[in-house]
Structures are given as C-alpha cells and as structure tokens.
Design a protein around this ligand. Sequence first.
Ligand code: KG4
Ligand code: ZN
Length: 355
Amino acid sequence: MTWYENAQLQTKKLMEAGHATILAIESSCDETAAAVVRDGREVVSSVISSQIALHAQYGGVVPEIASRAHLDAVCPVVQEALERAKMTVSDVDAVAVTYGPGLVGALLVGVCYAKALAFAAGKPLIPVNHIEGHVSANYIAHPDLVPPFLCLVVSGGHSHIIRVEDYGRYTLLGQTMDDAAGEAFDKAARVIGLPYPGGPLLDKLSREGNPHALELPHVHTQGRYDYSFSGLKTALINAVHTAKQRGEEIVPADVAASFQHAAVELLSSKALLAATETGAKTVALAGGVASNSGLRDTMNDKCQKAHIRLVMPPPVLCTDNAAMIGSAAFYRLMRGEIATLELNAAPSLQLIRQN
Ligand code: KG4
Ligand code: ZN
C-alpha cells in the first residue's frame, strides 16, 4: 500500500470515529508556529516563535530573511509543541499545514517540512488555508460556536466580511478595495514614527490620546459592505502635514487615537450593516486586527445594542498561530480533504473563489 492509500484509509476511519488529534504547522509570514489540537476545539499545546525582532530594523517583513528564520525554527518549534503535549509524532492522527496565502518562501518551509513528516510517520496530510485558520480560531475560543455566522476577517493582508455558511463553505459579502486593515494600521503607525509592526503599538498609544483631535473623513465605497483604507491613510498624512505647516504641536497619541477611532468606526459600521441586513444572529472577529482593543470594545457595544451575539478569540489566537490551523484542519479532515505529496505553496490562495 502506498503512503497516500494508507492516508486515505486512516482518514476514512477518523471520519467514522469523528475524532482526531492533529499536529498543525504555520509559517506563512513572520511567525513559525506548531500546535497539537484535539477534535478542532481543544488546544493541547501551542508554540509560537516570532521573528519580529529580525524584521523590525527594516520596517517590515523581509521575505528572504523570513524563509531562513523559518528553516531555523521549524524543527525546534514542532519538537516543543509535541513535548508540551507529551506526545511523539506517532501519537497524532494527522499532520496539517498552512499552504497559502502568504509569502511563497515562508510557506514552502512549512509545506516541505509537513510533507516529509507526514510521509515518514505514515500520517494523512491536511492542507489548510491561512484565512480559514483565522476564522477557525473562534471555534477554539467558543466551543459552542457552529455555523452559520458572519465573520469580519481583518489581518495584515485581508479585510473581508464573510458569511460562514457551514464548515469550509463561505460567501463573500464585502472586502477592501485597496489596503488591508492591518496594512492601514501599520502605515498610520509609521506616520507617527512607531516601529514595525505598528498596529499593536498604535493601539496601545491611542489609549492616551484624544480620538477627536483630528477630523478624518468617513470613506465611502460603491459596495455596501466594502472597505477602503487608502483614503483614510492619505487624510491622516494630510492632516499631520497641515498641522506641521501651521506650526501646531502634533501629539502622537492624539494622531493614533484619531486614526484608530476612524478605522474602527469604518470596520464596525460596515460589519454591523452586513449583519443586520443579512439577519445574522452571531458575528465573529478574526485576524490580527481583531486583537485591537478599540475594535473589540466598539463591536461589543454595537452588537449588544443590535441584540447580536459577538464572539472573538483572545488576542493570542487572533494573531498568527498554529492552533487555529489545527482547528480548521479538523473540519477538513472530517470532509476527507487530504493532500497528496504534490502539495505546493499557494501564495495567492483565496478563501472564496471570486468572479
Ligand atoms: O493575522 P496577522 O497576525 O497576520 C496576517 O495574516 O496578516 O495580522 C497582522 C496584522 C499586522 O498588520 C498588525 O499590525 C495587525 O495585524 N495588528 C493590529 C493589532 N495587533 C496586530 N492592528 C491593530 N491593533 C492591534 N492591536
Ligand atoms: Zn494571519
């Protein structure tokens, strides 16, 4: 029997049993992560090795440096995840890996490693979409959460409002027309001189500032549930320039608070519009920007007023991690979606095929 035939047989048995313990690997950007997850909901162990310090001096992620750092980190990170779970690879039922979207060199490290490990250990290999992973972090944080629900996916590369119809079945309601939310936060942070990655630092600084210090426009888009962040970014740059020209003092905390207020208003108002107009009873947040304190608070308030249940992962499950990949992988495995050794990195992989 070939490795793949054996993987298919094991997958069939796991599907019948409805249970699986999965070793998941994530390396799509600047975090090398591994986790052991049981039945898609329970995190047995989770290890995240961040490369932030390596990239900070360049003001952003340098793909070549990221690939090399993943190569160094992947073995010890996977080893540690297994050790913390008190397991060896033979104790897990399957190996899962993020195969896109992301940086091709970074993704390849995880994909090659997972393929080799799954082959050597004789386990099924599960390919996972990184964005589906972000959405699935909510299944870990809220064990009673089941589709359908609406999800606001806001990360460094994505700003989507999607409807989760069922596990693995998504409908796109709205998306950004230009920059992603995380990108916008990072660029705004740069305007006030904060180092990479600016989003979390801007969030922290904004707590000390006046959110109404700068008047930033409400950006309109053609699509009801679509976003545009580049206009907001330009307005911020112009407002700072004008203030400088007038010789007015620029208080970084005020700039941070004003930007955060405007961005959160934009994100939350469209998400609520989509939720109420589609009759969603539950709204979920996902992606790195979902750890933003302003977004969490505002969504809480607005959903409460609209009598909509709001769920969100804790911040550590919002930013990149492998536990969320293990969760998404479980539902893929239960649908029999396993990979052959032909699996390749797919840097532009989409969650929903667009026309
Ligand atoms: O999901 P993620 O970890 O990686 C991607 O898949 O892109 O998201 C990273 C993005 C970065 O742009 C980062 O600045 C932003 O999420 N981010 C935040 C916060 N924490 C992370 N943005 C605003 N406020 C935060 N607290
Ligand atoms: Zn991510």
